[in-house]
Design a protein around this ligand. Structure first.
Ligand code: GLU
Length: 295
């Protein structure tokens, strides 16, 4: 049997908090329990929010916690060509298109629709679906002309076209859930990629967006077990579709409990929730943190 491969994939856009500590230590515990490898991936395609200083601090907190990863960490910011190649493949399949609307323009179009009483779909993260559907239909020449004219664009995934591809049996697009979803879902879960609409593949700065970078890296790193927070449960629907289209292997998934704050909200780096560094400075030991997260 091939060796199991786990990964912990934080974005260094703040300090490591208890939620990360739980995810990292759970991955480590599960990897050790079946003699698997444990990899570290730095998800830093957003180079404005994810800085080398924050990354160094995160690695220091992880080492202090006793998180021991195998090999060198994979840093997404160093692998633009892998992501660009995949976008090129999707484009060649007619499944990626340049999306020229700015955030503000997109927001105004959605507001126009909803103010007229029309309903508008939102993705599982609460973001309205991209309203630039006609851009999918631009001719090659018109696209090329706008790109050459320097019009800013993100690359987006053409969901409608992908789901109507002959041979893609979306009703059979599933994943194996080893932990559970928000409503206790377990076992074979049917993916619902349409919920994501035309999600972004790259931003206007050409940096790869989360779904694409994550799926490619899981495949490139040979990940067999994706153990991550339940907040990413719905993302797996988009991930399974990309894996299917790009011919990538399907890992097992375990979406674990989130560590919540006293108001029942998910901890967040941006709100400055309990960081491992603060607890450490206040005298906590790695063993204390492990107990605090219930492991
Ligand atoms: N980078 C993501 C985060 O910090 C995790 C991605 C994943 O595990 O798939 O929330």
């Amino acid at each position: 049997m091939t060796q199991a491969v786990f990964r912990f994939a934080p974005s260094p856009n703040g300090r490591l908090h208890l939620g990360h500590a739980y995810s990292a230590l759970l991955n480590q515990r599960l990897a050790r329990s079946i003699g698997g490898k444990l990899l570290l991936r730095i998800e830093n395609t957003d180079t404005v929010r994810c800085t080398p200083v924050l990354e160094a601090r995160m690695l220091d907190d992880l080492r202090w916690l006793g998180f021991e990863w195998d090999g060198e960490p994979r840093r997404q910011s160093e692998h633009d060509t892998d992501y660009a190649e995949a976008v090129g493949r999707l484009e060649a399949m007619g499944l990626a298109y340049p999306a020229f609307l700015s955030r503000g323009e997109a927001r105004r179009l959605v507001e126009q629709e909803t103010s007229q009483g029309h309903s508008w779909p939102y993705d599982p993260d609460g973001v309205p679906h991209y309203p630039g559907g006609e851009e999918r239909l631009l001719s090659e020449q018109e696209r090329a002309r706008r790109v050459a004219a320097g019009d800013a664009f993100a690359m987006r995934f053409d969901m409608e076209r992908a789901l109507s591809l002959p041979g893609l049996q979306t009703e059979r697009l599933c994943w194996q859930e080893e932990c559970s979803g928000p409503d206790g879902e377990k076992g074979e879960i049917t993916a619902d990629p349409a919920a994501w609409g035309d999600f972004m593949l790259t931003g206007r700065d050409r940096a790869a967006a989360y779904h694409l970078a994550c799926v490619l890296d899981d495949a490139i790193q040979g990940v067999t077990h994706v153990v991550r927070g339940r907040d990413l449960y719905h993302a797996t629907s988009a991930h399974r579709l990309l894996q299917e289209l790009l011919g990538l292997p399907e890992p097992l998934y375990c979406h674990h409990d989130l560590i919540l704050d006293s108001d029942g909200r998910k901890l967040s780096k941006s709100r400055g929730d309990t960081s491992v560094a603060e607890l450490r400075a206040a005298g906590a030991t790695p063993g204390d943190i492990t107990r605090m997260v219930g492991l």
